[in-house]
Design a protein around this ligand. Sequence first.
Ligand code: ADP
Ligand code: GN1
Ligand code: MG
Length: 365
Amino acid sequence: MSVNIQTIVEQFKIEGNYESAKVFGSGLINTTYKVITKEEAAPNYLLQIVNHHIFKNVPELTRNIKRVTDHIRSKLVKENGADLARQVLNPIDTQDGLGFVQDAEGKYWRMFLFIENARSYDQLSNGHQAYMGGKAFGQFQSRMADLPGEPLYPVLPDFHNTEMRILNFIERVKADPAGRVKEVQAEVDFLMARSEEYKKVVQMGRDGIIPERIVHQDTKFNNVLLDENDNILCVIDLDTVMPGFVCYDIGDAIRNGANTGKEDDRELDNVSLNMELYEGFIKGFMEETKEVLTPAEIDTLAFGAKLLTYEQAVRFLDDYIDGDNYYKINSPDHNLVRTRAQIKLLQSMEDNFDKMEAIVKQYAS
Ligand code: ADP
Ligand code: GN1
Ligand code: MG
């Protein structure tokens, strides 16, 4: 890259001096680096290029993240023995006080304290991890319940508005910008056959049956940092924290985390709902939230897993039909492979839906 990372880093108020930077993590949207400082005593940092084609208002996004992390920190300081460097993301301010740097190419950079000795898994290996994932997102959600001040800025309006996503998808299929629709007609038909069912949560919100709350909205398991004993450190990747419905968070956590295969598994036989991991997520999430959730919200939780899987299939296929403009891809058919894996997972959830609902009932009581 032509931009010199050191000159970017030096515009932030860091301790110590820049030594090196290397690409880090496996997110599909932003570009992340770990920055090492020369001095042993100085912390390391996490530097990110924010994808401003997606997050168009970086100043407001920066303000949201500051408000959210300040609020979590204000709760942690009241807890005995809380580790303020590891139990909350710490954004690093810039010399000019803006909190982000825009380089000569127009890219936006931001920085956090690097959380040392943290684990972030793309795939789970046991029910304890799922339980911790459910707890982490449940705890995040209950901490946000008393965020002071005006509503958070809607950085991505209608992010999980499935009704809107379906309307956009129909338009995309009609326009067929990359000439790919004929190749994916079976997948389009599968998703369109279910479109009415998956408008339900948005409609329930509109009818006042379920309340909006501040939720995370990108609850992949690699957005939870765990310590060396797999206990919760903190929830990261706060770009999408906005008002939304509670089933989005537990739903997406299950979609991403309770899959026997990978999100982009080419081998569809690997993909299904892992009931043990599903139960772990529900147990952890319910422990943290059941006192505040309404019966109508509790009724949406198992459905949320299907909803978010459906929506993710629509989003991946939409991007494939569009010619791959949104998600990072590793192969020309990557978004189609991802779509097929989401459809397979959704089918498995449809087959197990009664059991999924029974597990929610068990932990809600
Ligand atoms: P993306 O939006 O691209 O998913 P993330 O903010 O989730 O970006 O960061 C990508 C990865 O970097 C995370 O999954 C996690 O492994 C790691 N990471 C992010 N922030 C920190 C941090 N402050 N300390 C240590 N690791 C981090
Ligand atoms: C993106 O940024 P990352 O990789 O955590 C996406 C999520 C998708 C996910 C699918 C802002 O998450 O909504 O569920 O990919 N984030 C955004 O892997 O679109
Ligand atoms: Mg992430």
